[in-house]
Design a binder for this molecule. Structure first.
Ligand SMILES: Cc1cc2nc3c(=O)[nH]c(=O)nc-3n(C[C@H](O)[C@H](O)[C@H](O)COP(=O)(O)O)c2cc1C
Ligand code: SF4
Length: 416
């Protein structure tokens, strides 16, 4: 049976997160020292070879993103690195663990990433409710300055970088990278139209690398030990480990770091099995903006490429488990209420569509003379929303809706 393989979480519970000396004794900043001895392009090549995929949700290759930023606007006076630490996806709490328990790990990854794209300024945009993460990150930054790991001429390399913490504005949408940049600039958290992408025109209109906390926390290992060592775990198409956050009907809800490619069944086992010994019914993979699956997916590999092939999502690594007897319509209703609440209201299809979908879900739950037609209508409406909404939030409700309909159509449409 599968065991946890802690690479990113290797220091959790073993070091004092507020002691830089503890972190350094455990190997912190070895990757940075190595990175500073080579050219920025060499760092990017190593990451591209490692094929690290972004852990924030979309799974975009991290090395390629760095390459785009490093080659963008050569005459621009400044480039930025922005850490997405907003962690708003329901069921996801992996970045919090890193920030609270080993803040130097992702700080080191951020400085390496800044060096790779030659950004002399970084921002860490942390969810405002994450008080401990904010405090510990600030302590880590202060101590890193004292040790010459931040500021002017880092470790005598000639590279300068300053990093500061910015507080999230309390909205799910502010975790979306372009909306986050608006908020970072002190504006209301409204989305921007893509393109241009942040690599081209990001914070303050300048080239910006945006990465998730877990993505950055993987970088020190890759630079310190090399791409080949990194690729020893995981699958060919999704190398490395992933932190899954498992909640719902399991005995030990929590965070588990395992090689990519673990099966859903193995994850449930790691989390202590189904609670009260109830049979498994469904899982919601990737949070509210994710997909429902049924027991036919229990033996499928949890990796970006395999789940995509199967029409499912890995997303941020949130796994919410449902047992026999849990009504899928309730879970679906919750997801849709979440989107209605978080819609910024800027564009009509999402503003009215999210409200309409909640009403329809209520009719589906409370009784409707033709549930089959109602469900089909909901799918049509969410598909139109996905095609016409301004930003990815309006494109999300179709995911849980379509997947719930495809796996649980009988249950959702049966007349009681
Ligand atoms: C509505 C919405 C909310 C998001 N929230 C987060 C978040 O809280 N944290 C995060 O890292 N990415 C979030 N993302 C994804 C980011 O837009 C972006 O893809 C990610 O920060 C890129 O980092 P990565 O390449 O390292 O994964 C969200 C996306 C959307 C559409
Ligand atoms: S899709 Fe929704 S969240 Fe995005 S801009 Fe439109 S109303 Fe706002």
């Amino acid at each position: 049976m599968i065991q946890e393989t802690r690479r990113v979480l290797k220091n959790i519970g073993k070091i004092n997160p507020e002691s830089i000396d503890d972190a350094i004794r455990a190997g912190a900043y070895d990757g940075l020292k190595k990175a500073l001895l080579v050219q920025p392009a060499d760092v990017i090549n190593e990451l591209m070879g490692a094929d690290l995929h972004g852990r924030g949700g979309a799974g975009f290759p991290a090395g390629m993103k760095q390459k785009f930023v490093s080659e963008s606007c050569m005459h621009c006076p400044q480039r930025y690195v922005v850490v997405n630490a907003d962690e708003g996806e329901p069921g996801t709490f992996k970045d919090r663990i890193i920030m609270e328990q080993d803040p130097h790990l992702y700080l080191e990854g951020t400085i390496i990433a800044a060096y790779a794209v030659q950004a002399s300024k970084g921002f860490i945009y942390i969810r405002g409710e994450y008080h401990d993460s904010i405090r510990k990150t600030r302590v880590a930054i202060k101590d890193a300055y004292k040790k010459g790991l931040l500021g002017k001429n880092i470790l005598g390399s000639g590279f300068d970088c300053d990093i500061e913490v910015k507080l999230g504005a309390g909205s799910y949408l502010c975790g979306e990278e372009l909306t986050m940049l608006e908020s970072l600039e002190g504006k209301r958290g409204n989305p921007r139209i893509k393109p241009p992408f942040p690599a081209e025109k990001g914070a303050f209109g300048l080239p910006t690398l945006v990465n998730n906390v877990e993505t950055l926390a993987n970088i020190p290992f890759i630079i310190a030990h090399g791409k080949a060592e990194f690729r020893k775990l995981g699958t060919e198409g999704s190398p490395g480990t992933k932190i899954f956050t498992i909640s719902g009907r399991v005995n030990r809800a929590g965070h588990y770091e395992v090689p990519m490619g673990v099966t859903l069944q193995e994850l449930i086992h790691l989390a202590g099995g189904m609670s009260e010994g109830k049979p498994f019914k469904a899982a919601l993979l990737g949070g509210a903006a994710g997909t429902f699956v049924d027991a036919s997916m229990l033996e499928e590999q949890m990796s970006y490429d395999n789940l995509k092939k199967k029409g499912a999502t890995l997303g941020s690594g949130a796994v919410i488990i449902f047992a026999e007897g849990d009504p899928v319509v309730e879970a679906l209703h919750n997801c849709l209420r979440f989107f209605r609440h978080e819609s910024c209201g800027k564009c009509v299809p999402c503003r009215t569509g999210t409200a309409q979908l909640v009403k329809s879900a209520e009719q589906l739950r409370n009784g409707h003379p033709d549930k089959k037609a109602l469900l089909e209508q909901m799918i049509r409406e969410s598909t139109i929303m996905a095609a016409t909404s301004l930003c990815p939030l309006g494109q999300s409700p179709v995911l849980p809706l379509k997947s719930a309909a495809s796996y649980f159509s009988r249950e959702l449409t049966e007349i009681k």
